[in-house]
Design a protein around this ligand. Structure first.
Ligand code: ADP
Ligand code: MG
Length: 594
């Protein structure tokens, strides 16, 4: 009922505005709407995914010019122009994304700056499309025989476009795709370890942001009916970034708020400052720079989180996930375990694996195996190479030599994502959770590979059945670890011990054949350690194979069947806990006892 009420109120408000407000305000609203559509793309790209683009105005320009040239030179209808605008911006997004997104760091910002500057220069210097003077005589949009030629008539179209694109972005944020995008932001090693194809998601979100910008450009061209290169410059791309920083980087509402604030301030300051200073110039840009720096420093979330408290909320939080039957607790049957004849089959085998970092040999030709259904521990002093070993097994690092096998399959040439898809799941020594997301959402990142809904299905909210299944799977993994009650809490609010367990639940949601736990007990209190040991044993009883790194020998004594000891990258011993405890070499190395 409530969403319907808001819908009616919003439509009523929009209608009242359209009929009653002076044309000038309507024009401002159109511009705010056009900017908001560009900002939605930036929220997904920059705010959520952490990829900064300085090229959004160039995409706006490309969309605007594509349709303007097609309609004025070729005489096609603006609706054909729309198709052209979308195809062209999509393709150029694809190309630029492909060239820059595989490389990390500054390549994307630099690539988009280059793109922005070159497109601006091309548009400014190509006399056939009007050069710096621009193109005039762009036809207005028309529906049937009716031409939409005033702001009063154009505004409803813009409002509908804003509502539709905002809806699609919100849907994406609240989906499997959204979780993947969030996981990419600063956590891409974790995302890949959870079988998320980070490059593909970056590409898709970059293209979508480009298409949204192109769409906004198309609206702009047919609203203004005149274009020149100025609104599509690098300068304007930066202004779009100002908008989302001021409004709020990570929400659709923030994009709208930022677009409104900057557009209105731009207009207002553009009038006021020249009068105050006695000369003209783009002084408002200086003000925006200062405001943006202040926001980044003192209010990094933007104004939206404060405004959001005033806006009635509906349908934001997820509906609580449905738990499966109690006996369906294990996310996936763990195959490959054969204990019938008392013999375990080898599952994971590491042969002469070696990793050098420059002159440092972090892992020095180490051999060991893990049999299906076993709990094996990897121990050794700090810096022995244990985490590096995990990174080699899970494809985060490429070995300098040697091989890793899962049964007959060689893993050492596969990517992290491919290894995860084969059923190797891991946790991290330094917990890698999304602190501002709920526990169950974090766990659902592990369930990613069981989802089928891609970007478009997510955007159109056709993913609900799929999503419910993923969340149920995640809730189950969580329940299995004993944290079912915490599903709806923000991960950042949990204790370190609980966060480590959430990491295990996330790994379980991946339906692993083998679970790699990197120091799961580090920083845990005694009681928490006991709970963890019980959990690990329960997992083993249900057929899971576990390889864990641990410092605490007491913790391992009754848990691990087999222990591999490393020191300075080399394996110095292996055997049962009792054998290891009595091994002189281990005592010297590991305990520092001569
Ligand atoms: P452990 O987990 O056993 O404490 P690590 O595997 O983290 O040890 O590290 C083993 C050695 O490799 C350390 O000397 C560490 O400094 C070095 N090392 C680990 N990762 C890297 C890296 N990415 N680049 C360079 N040196 C590294
Ligand atoms: Mg380590």
């Amino acid at each position: 009922m409530k969403p319907l009420l808001y819908l009616i109120l919003s439509v009523g408000f929009a209608a009242a505005l359209t009929f009653a407000a002076p044309e000038f305000y309507l024009t401002m609203l159109v511009y705010i709407g056009l900017s908001a559509i560009v900002c939605f793309g930036l929220v997904l790209l920059t705010g959520i995914c952490g990829l900064t683009s300085f090229g959004q105005a160039a995409f706006v320009g490309l969309g605007a010019y594509a349709s303007a040239v097609a309609t004025t030179e070729l005489g096609v209808s603006p609706w054909i122009g729309l198709v052209l605008a979308i195809v062209l911006t999509g393709l150029s997004g694809l190309l630029i994304g492909f060239l820059t997104l595989q490389l990390s760091g500054h390549f994307l910002p630099l690539g988009t700056i280059a793109w922005s500057v070159s497109l601006y220069l091309v548009a400014g210097n190509l006399q056939s499309i009007g050069g710096h003077t621009g193109l005039t005589g762009i036809p207005p949009l028309s529906i049937g025989a009716h031409q939409i030629s005033s702001a009063r008539e154009f505004l409803p179209l813009v409002l509908i476009s804003v509502a539709a694109t905002a809806w699609s972005c919100r849907n994406i944020l609240d989906s499997r795709t959204g979780r993947a995008l969030r996981a990419i932001n600063g956590r891409s090693i974790m995302a890949e370890a959870m079988a998320v194809d980070t490059f593909r998601y970056k590409m898709v979100v970059f293209i979508y942001a480009a298409v949204l910008a192109g769409f906004s450009g198309w609206l702009y061209a047919h609203f203004q009916r005149f274009i020149n290169p100025t609104p599509f410059s690098l300068h304007m791309s930066i202004e779009y970034l100002f908008m989302i920083v001021i409004g709020g980087l990570s929400s659709v509402g923030g994009a709208i708020a930022g677009a409104a604030i900057v557009t209105l301030l731009h207009h207002w300051l553009g009038d006021l400052l020249p009068r105050l200073l006695g000369q003209s110039g783009q002084f408002e840009t200086i003000v925006f720079c200062v405001i943006t720096v202040l926001f980044l420093r003192y209010l990094p979330g933007g104004v939206w989180p404060m405004m959001a408290r005033l806006v009635p909320r509906y349908g934001t939080g997820k509906s609580p996930p449905v738990l499966l039957e109690d006996d369906a607790v294990l996310p996936a049957p763990c195959a490959g375990v054969a204990r019938e004849d008392g013999q375990l089959k080898p599952l994971l085998q590491v042969n002469s694996i070696r990793k050098e970092f420059g002159g440092l040999v972090a892992v020095n030709d180490v051999n060991f195996g893990v049999k299906g259904g076993q709990i094996v521990a990897l121990i050794g002093p700090n810096g022995a190479g244990k985490s590096t070993m995990f990174n080699l097994i899970t494809g985060v690092l490429n070995p300098t030599g040697g091989e890793v096998r899962l049964e007959d399959r060689r893993l050492d040439r596969l990517s992290s994502k491919e290894i995860a898809q084969l059923g190797i799941a891991r946790t991290f020594q330094h917990v890698k959770l999304l602190d501002d997301r709920t526990v169950v959402e974090n766990v659902a990142i592990g369930a990613h590979r069981f989802g089928r809904s891609g970007f478009i299905r997510s955007a159109l909210r056709l993913d609900r059945a799929d999503e419910a299944q993923l969340l149920a799977r995640s809730a189950n993994a969580l329940k299995l670890t004993g944290l079912g009650e915490l599903a709806g809490r923000l991960s950042g609010q949990l204790s370190l011990g609980q966060q480590r367990i959430v990491e295990i639940a996330r790994a379980l949601a991946l339906g692993p054949r083998i679970l790699l736990l990197d120091e799961p007990a580090a920083g845990l209190r005694h009681q928490e350690k006991e709970q963890l040991a019980r959990l690990i044993r329960r997992l083993q009883e249900s057929g899971m194979t576990i390889l864990l790194v641990e410092h605490d020998m007491a913790f391992l004594m009754n848990l691990a069947e087999h222990i591999v000891v490393m020191e300075y990258g080399c394996k110095i011993a292996e055997g049962t806990p009792a054998e290891i405890q009595g091994n002189q070499r281990v005592l010297e190395a590991y305990l520092g006892v001569a």
